[in-house]
Design a protein around this ligand. Structure first.
Ligand SMILES: C[S@@+](CC[C@H](N)C(=O)[O-])C[C@H]1O[C@@H](n2cnc3c(N)ncnc32)[C@H](O)[C@@H]1O
Length: 262
């Protein structure tokens, strides 16, 4: 990937044009990018792009690199809006915008809202929405969790809230040092020692933001799903469940806001 990017070629061209001589400029560019990779900088930051849900997303060092396990969150959202006429979807802590943009790209009838505390991340997300032709149906709002939506007419009417909030505790010895060194701290870490702290905040605010019967899905860290399920049940969510990612880890906790009773 780095060689193709550094030489301005497609990966297949590395084989088709294997006899192309390299100039000093080529070698200097490749040496620089390989040295950065050697320092642990994620490939996505070096090439400025990462594929997610079969779409290319622009990424900068202001956003988390989209992860394959987060595709399970998108799938949960897509299942929840299947058949809906004009669903309203929110993505809380949008980063690169990958979750909301993937949903809007798949569901042309959907309208979306994305929030983040990082203005720089929101700029990346907005440019990804533009790139994939969904910006007319997406609003990017700066602020904490769901707070920026309170002033919109979507409040209390959302069909779906999706979020991959930060879920790493600072002392976590299992966190890849390269991730800790290069990805934004605001995207990774929760305050304090509860990995579900941010997820609980989103789930609590989503109770008021969702319509009755609306769907909430949250990505959680490995091992946190049982406590996440308990937290959603304690907040009054119904049909609470945990879903495994492609690696077999319980990754998504979800539930429905209580339906109005007659
Ligand atoms: C784990 S990243 C997820 C990014 C993207 N949704 C993804 O899945 O790749 C969490 C995001 O939440 C944002 N964030 C952190 N605290 C927040 C808060 N209080 N309110 C809104 N967003 C927040 C971070 O800036 C970061 O972009």
């Amino acid at each position: 990937v780095l060689l193709a990017w550094g030489l301005g070629l497609r990966r297949i061209d590395l084989y088709l044009r294997h006899d192309r001589p390299l100039g000093e400029d080529d070698l200097a560019r490749l040496r620089a990018v390989i040295a950065e990779r050697g320092r642990g900088v994620p490939v996505a930051y070096l090439v400025g792009e990462k594929e997610f849900f079969s779409l290319p997303f622009g990424v900068t060092r202001d956003v988390l690199v989209p992860r394959p396990e987060t595709e399970t969150l998108v799938e949960a959202g897509l299942a929840a809006v299947a058949g809906a006429e004009a669903p309203l979807v929110a993505d809380v802590g949008t980063g690169s915008g990958c979750v909301l943009v993937a949903v809007l790209h798949r569901v042309p009838a959907a309208t979306g809202f994305a929030t983040d505390v990082s203005a720089a991340a929101l700029a990346v997300a907005a440019s990804n929405a533009e790139r994939h032709g969904v910006s007319a149906r997406a609003r990017f709002l700066e602020g904490a969790w769901l707070a920026p939506l309170r002033a919109t007419d979507a409040w209390g009417r959302l069909d779906v809230v999706l979020s991959n909030p930060p879920y790493v505790v600072r002392a976590d010895p299992t966190l890849d040092p390269a991730v800790a060194a290069h990805e934004p701290a605001a995207a990774l870490y929760v305050e304090g020692s509860d990995p579900l702290a941010a997820a609980r905040a989103v789930a609590s605010e989503a109770r008021a933001a969702l319509r009755p019967g609306g769907f909430l899905a949250l990505e959680v860290g490995a091992g946190s799903a049982p406590a996440g399920v308990q937290a959603l049940a304690a907040l009054g969510y119904e049909d609470v469940a945990a879903t495994r990612d492609a690696g077999g880890i319980e990754r998504i906790v979800s539930g429905r806001s209580p339906r109005a009773r007659i």
